[in-house]
Design a protein around this ligand. Structure first.
Ligand code: KG4
Ligand code: ZN
Length: 363
């Protein structure tokens, strides 16, 4: 079965072809540089870029994959959560391909796709505890199968990635700045007393990162010399390195290491609590943009090893938004018999993605 994946939920335009669950080819057009100067994603720019990029990317994808549009059996599209305008562009494109070729349509929950991304690189085992850490979400799930997700805990305010990006913004780093904080912290021993662990002294599985963000903001207010005097652009940061461009490298590296430690440790504590409570889990799955963070990868990897669980972690390229994960998630749902009609709706951020698919029973 050849499945086309379409990803346009935020600021990456992605298309991918997956045959029987394995990646054939993918194309990604990132808009990050366009939004960087605004300190966040500008929804109207994002929608227009998706609109502009989808047709040429599709043509490139078919050529690179050596297939014709008529070879596509099904289209899997990220239907939410995300930016409504951006999602609508992807959904319209997906429906257009279905109308033109007769392919089946399946809508994919973008968050579930992140959690199933590691399946493109190796076998995933269920039931699993899923830790989804992205720019918009920090969710804990019990995953019984690729089509059965139960939400155990969520952030009450900022997502982990949002906390990273807001701290980076206070330092005058371009958006999204999470990766620069990770980079600045490399090889530095954190000071665990510098910042509080966020919202762990309770008995629930929810997260709250706004207190940590405020603690870092207060620290930076008292130490204004740590911020970059002028915002460096992404290309310069890539070339020179974030540490080389700042004025107080030792102090800034310690702040970055301590902040990274506080986020990773909070995630580890809540994930451990979920593992204590849920029965029969055989693996730990970590996904989303913040799963690229070296501290988070290490802390949750340590937890999996301690509990004797399989550890599923996508490679760095598969952690951030991409269409391969959408195509694979769609393939798994289609294989389980699920389909959507052309009346499939997009779901903006803040609304739960409904389980409104139809089950086709095999004759
Ligand atoms: O999953 P994603 O690509 O987009 C959303 O769906 O949100 O996640 C993007 C988030 C941003 O907040 C970005 O700063 C963060 O992932 N991120 C990181 C790292 N790489 C990306 N945060 C911390 N450390 C990193 N290495
Ligand atoms: Zn995402």
């Amino acid at each position: 079965m050849l499945v086309l994946g379409v990803e346009t939920s935020c600021d990456e335009t992605g298309l991918a072809l997956v045959r029987d669950g394995r990646l054939v080819v993918e194309r990604l057009a990132s808009q990050t540089d366009m939004h960087a100067v605004f300190g966040g994603v500008v929804p109207e720019i994002a929608s227009r870029e998706h609109q502009r990029m989808l047709p040429p990317l599709f043509a490139q994808l078919l050529t690179a994959g050596g297939v014709a549009a008529s070879d596509i059996d099904a289209v899997a599209v990220a239907r939410g959560p995300g930016l409504l305008g951006s999602l609508l562009v992807g959904l319209s494109f997906a429906k257009g391909v279905c109308l033109a070729t007769g392919a089946e349509l399946i809508g994919v929950n973008h968050l579930h796709a992140h959690l199933l991304a590691a399946g493109l690189e190796g076998e995933m085992r269920f039931p699993a505890l899923g830790v989804l850490v992205s720019g918009g979400h920090t969710h804990l799930y019990r995953i019984d199968s690729p089509t059965e997700f139960g939400l155990l805990g969520r952030t009450l305010d900022d997502a982990a990635g949002e906390a990273f990006d807001k701290v980076a913004k206070l330092l005058n780093l371009p958006y999204p700045g999470g990766r620069y904080l990770d980079e600045l912290s490399q090889g530095v021993e954190p000071d665990p007393a510098m910042f509080p662990l966020a919202y762990v002294h309770n008995d629930n599985l929810d997260f709250s990162f706004s207190g940590l963000k405020t603690a870092v903001a207060e620290y930076l207010n008292k130490h204004p010399q740590l911020a970059y005097a002028a915002m460096p652009d992404a290309a310069t940061l890539k070339r020179e390195g974030a540490l080389a461009l700042c004025s107080h490298p030792e102090e800034l590296a310690l702040v970055a290491a301590s902040f990274n430690h506080a986020v990773a440790e909070t995630l580890r504590i809540k994930a451990a609590r979920a593992l204590d409570r849920e029965r029969g889990l055989v693996s730990l799955v970590v996904a989303g943009g913040v799963a690229a963070n070296s501290h988070v990868r290490a802390a949750l990897g340590g937890l999996a090893a301690e509990r004797g669980l399989a550890y599923s972690l996508p490679s760095l390229a598969l952690c951030t938004d991409n269409a391969a994960m959408v195509a694979r998630t769609g393939f798994l749902a289609l294989s389980a018999g699920y389909r959507h009609g052309l009346d499939l709706e997009s779901v903006p951020r803040g609304r739960a993605v409904p389980l409104d698919w139809a089950r086709v029973t095999q004759q």
